[in-house]
Design a protein. Sequence first.
Length: 157
Amino acid sequence: MHRKLTAIAVLAVLVATAATLAAVSAAEPLAAKQRVAIQLKGGASFVLAPMTSGAVKRDAGSASACCWTRRYVTRDGLTHEIDDPQLTLIGKRGTLVLRNRIEFFDIFDGWTATTATWKVVRGTGDYAGFSGGGSGAGVELANGNAKTLFQGFLSPK
């Protein structure tokens, strides 16, 4: 009799475990943060490249910035220009709107270095409902050619 109860108890545990595993596997996956890189070229075009697997796919298109709020601070004798423009990326997969905080540093011979932080404001298409942010750095040459690289995380809300 004891063996029959033990066998029934083991069978009950196995059935309960199988039911739990089936419920967990059927559940929606948690929205995972996906590491991405966004390269701006001259401020007029962008390439968004996923650095890890996830919902975000490679995209490219036009970039524009508006609503600059120029102000200056001096730290250790060096003047920095600080702006917080809205950056709009319009790609084949949708539109991604970011808010930036950029610091500009004049370095030499008309060159400028930048550091930045960014945060998603809103998105459309494949980017609808996404949140995220990160940091970035860039350089602008005396001839006006500029490149900026943002890295960070995007995830569905």
